[in-house]
Design a protein around this ligand. Structure first.
Ligand SMILES: *[C@@H]1O[C@H](CO)[C@@H](O)[C@H](O)[C@H]1NC(C)=O
Ligand SMILES: *[C@@H]1O[C@H](CO)[C@@H](O)[C@H](O)[C@H]1NC(C)=O
Ligand SMILES: *[C@@H]1O[C@H](CO)[C@@H](O)[C@H](O)[C@H]1NC(C)=O
Length: 490
């Protein structure tokens, strides 16, 4: 594996980006009893970070996907076994507010959509769920995840059940045909109340991907700052984290730089951002991926991630790629988004768990190429792709790791591995250039970026430097003064 590395990122470093106007943001100091809270930009819990996967339950059947393929417990156990400590579980408002939806049982809901195959599948794999009301089935999924030690972020995804998110679909912003703020508050309150006693529900994201012709900053502030007064925090805020979306499909929170939001939820607020290759159409295939990455990542930083430097957590709540490997834009984007997530040690939720849907956009059994699970939900769709995701599940910075002196790792996003020294089986002396290879990130040495702009191994008795001799040449380890000469990191 000692192949040339073209995209080596050094990632345990703090980004030296300053933030000018963020002092205006207000975060109240007193903290409440909690299971999850924030400490400046960090979401704090005993697990280190949120490493979540999205699991939709907001499409027309209003049932968490996949229950026709596998028993709930088995899916929940898989989520945990794949290293995700949390699920962003989506729900449509009307499930909680409209009796014509919530009064249906799972069987009735599937039958009304003529999903006879799914119906038979649920009967076979989850017979206990079949006759439950849809809200009870949703609660059963939450509890099933809890039984596997998986945390849940309840995500209000749409109003009317169905695939999301087009600008003109009437579900995009407060005041749209199907997005009455009063109904929305009622739904949030209902869900918050319902899960008050459910310890694994750790956060609520208030609305997915605000968008459309009506969306505007004034209403964003006006309606959301009114939430505490309207009692939403009475049930939700004491325990769960509140997550707010940006504008333009969760792509823009830049307005918070000059206009604070005061929600009076103490240390309980985070923001979310979505970042896909198609968030920047045509860019990834238009030029050198490193240059595109620099440009796009800087833009994401200016619009959303800058909030980290202002002491606010930012949850990368949707990102992901076509796991079949054939989408060039996705493949290039992955190196960029995962390097960013690793470098900043973001909290994140991958899109997505599901290998397929009961029904999506009118197609029964619609495949999900972005799913970590295969179409039949039985096994990972692509083990190589999953390994890259797993590299992000290990916290690298933040509270709890403070007793370890920080060091740099050389992360290779395309494989999810890190640059490590090849272990020699013989007792060769160190007067030769040693090769490097890719290995597990938890087995890498500590690197340091020194004042001569060289990457050196920190705890070695003789100076060893990373050498990059030229494009297309293997990266080497230079030893001693001579070996390190000309080895400036570029
Ligand atoms: C289900 O099938 C029946 C009978 O074929 C049809 O009348 C009805 O419109 C179908 N419903 C849906 C939601 O496709
Ligand atoms: C799995 O993902 C890798 C990385 O993108 C890709 O090269 C490979 O073709 C994929 N394999 C399958 C079976 O989809
Ligand atoms: C690194 O992680 C792998 C996989 O979790 C584990 O098998 C291995 O023992 C770990 N190595 C160290 C040095 O902790």
């Amino acid at each position: 594996m000692a192949r040339p590395f073209f995209l080596v990122s050094c990632l345990a470093t703090a980004l030296a980006v300053s933030c000018c106007h963020c002092h205006e943001l207000i975060q109240h100091a007193a903290s409440l009893p909690q299971s999850l809270s924030t400490s400046s930009r960090w979401i704090v819990d005993e697990h280190g970070q949120l490493a979540c996967v999205n699991w939709p339950s907001h499409l027309e059947p209003m049932l968490a996907e996949g229950l026709s393929h596998r028993p709930l417990d088995a899916i929940a156990a898989d989520v945990a076994a794949m290293g995700f400590n949390c699920v962003r579980l989506t729900w449509p408002t009307f499930l909680a507010t409209d009796a014509s939806y919530s009064s249906l049982t799972v069987a009735e809901s599937l039958r009304a959509l003529n999903l006879t195959g799914a119906l038979a599948g649920v009967a076979a794999n989850n017979p206990g769920v079949l006759e439950l009301g849809l809200l009870d089935a949703f609660a059963a999924v939450v509890r099933g995840l809890g039984a596997s030690g998986v945390m849940v972020v309840l995500d209000n995804h749409v109003s009317r059940p169905g695939w999301c998110c087009r600008g003109g679909d009437g579900n995009g912003f407060f005041g749209d045909a199907e997005f009455d703020p009063d109904v929305w508050v009622e739904g949030l309150t209902r869900m918050a109340t319902m899960f008050t006693g459910e310890g694994n529900v750790v956060a609520m994201s208030l609305r997915n991907e605000l968008r459309g012709a009506r969306h505007n900053i004034d209403d964003w502030y006006r309606i959301q700052t009114a939430l505490p007064k309207r009692g939403v925090q009475v049930h939700a805020a004491p325990r769960v984290l509140i997550i707010l979306s940006g504008l333009y499909n969760d792509n823009d929170l830049s307005f918070l730089r000059w206009r604070p939001i005061d929600l009076t939820f103490s240390n309980k607020v985070a923001f979310e951002v979505h970042w896909y290759s198609f968030s920047d159409p045509h860019q990834w295939t238009s030029a050198n991926a490193n240059h595109v990455c620099a440009r796009v990542a800087a833009s994401v930083w200016r619009r959303t991630l800058y909030l980290l430097d202002c002491g606010w957590p930012v949850f990368l709540s949707e990102f992901g790629v076509d796991n079949r490997g054939g989408n060039v834009a996705d493949n290039r984007y992955w190196g960029c988004v995962s390097a960013t997530a690793a470098g900043l040690d973001l909290d994140w939720a991958l899109w997505a768990l599901q290998g397929s849907y009961y029904l999506r956009e009118g197609v029964p059994g619609h495949d999900e190429a972005y799913g970590v699970l295969g179409h039949d939900w039985l096994a990972p769709r692509n083990v190589t792709a999953l390994q890259r995701v797993r590299a992000l599940q290990r916290p690298s910075r933040g509270p709890g790791l403070a007793d370890v002196e920080p060091y740099k790792v050389l992360f290779h996003p395309v494989t999810g591995l890190c640059v490590v020294r090849r272990r020699s089986s013989s007792m060769m002396p160190l007067d030769m250039e040693e090769q490097l290879e890719l290995g597990p990130c938890n087995e890498t040495e500590a690197w340091e970026y020194n004042e001569e702009h060289r990457l050196v191994l920190r705890d070695s008795w003789v100076r060893m430097c990373l050498r990059a001799d030229g494009d297309g040449e293997p990266v080497r380890l230079g030893v001693g003064r001579a070996g390190c000469a000309g080895a400036q990191a570029r």
